[in-house]
Ligand binder design. Structure first.
Ligand code: CTP
Ligand code: CA
Length: 226
């Protein structure tokens, strides 16, 4: 009995994971996206399921297949992701925002295919709503985990994102390191809370990194006396 509980430290917990990149449409056949593969978010979803959680995955553009045995919600844009996440938020216990959300979208989506008439083309982009920050403001009891992809000043940026978005943990990775970040099967993550560095994990596959993260989340969300 005790051993079973140890193997399922997230038993019955409802976890929302976002994964992949968003697509921001320019016209009916073109869009802007990023290098996110979805691998980290899907690895978290898969590991959370194995640890006993009820998992919902809101995912955008990915290069790999989504996991099975979880609730899957496919979206295109950052605004779609925002709406899907907010509709699920009240029933969730834990939210993990691994998605690479576009910071900007085209101010106007051309209803027709843009023609190559002019030598120069200017498209105005406007800022997308920050989904994680919105969750941070609206959350009631949810444990919220953000990600921070950085190329410099990892710790300072990670902690400032954690605070400004009211997260419980931030998973930071230096995407310039070999074996970390977009597209790879491995990652090198550092996990921060309000007081600073919690753990710096060495290079490992994304599933193993996901298990470390989820074990920490399970410890920090355990009911007193359980
Ligand atoms: N994020 C989000 N909604 C956005 C932009 C980002 O929810 N519109 C989330 C990401 O899913 C991630 C975290 O915020 O969990 C940090 O994303 P990141 O791109 O590292 O930071 P930004 O706050 O967007 O700042 P910048 O890109 O300027 O570093
Ligand atoms: Ca960003």
């Amino acid at each position: 009995e005790a051993k079973f509980a140890e193997n399922k430290p997230l038993k019955g917990r409802k976890i929302l994971v976002t994964a992949g990149g968003t697509k921001e449409r320019l016209d009916p056949v073109r869009y802007m996206t990023n290098d996110s593969s979805g691998k980290m978010g899907f690895a978290i979803a898969e590991a959370a399921k194995e640890m006993g959680a009820e998992v919902t995955v809101v995912y955008g553009a990915t290069t790999v297949e989504p996991p099975q045995g979880v609730e899957l919600i496919s979206i295109e844009s950052a605004n779609d992701m925002l709406n899907a996440v907010l509709s699920k938020l009240p029933q969730m216990d834990i939210v993990i925002k691994a998605a690479a959300v576009a910071d900007y979208r085209a101010e106007e989506i051309s209803p027709h295919k843009i023609k190559k008439t002019d030598e120069r083309l200017t498209i105005t982009f406007v800022k997308n709503i920050d989904i994680l920050q919105t969750i941070g403001k609206q959350k009631t009891h949810q444990f919220v985990v953000g990600f921070a992809a950085e190329t410099e000043n990892l710790e300072a940026h990670a902690i400032s994102k954690l605070k400004s978005k009211n997260c419980d943990l931030v998973v930071a990775n230096d995407v310039t390191q070999t074996g970390a970040g977009f597209g790879t099967d491995t990652n090198i993550i550092r996990i921060y809370d309000r007081s600073g560095l919690v753990v710096a994990l060495p290079l490992m596959d994304k599933k193993a990194a996901a298990k470390h993260l989820l074990t920490l989340i399970a410890e920090r969300t355990a009911a007193p006396g359980s």
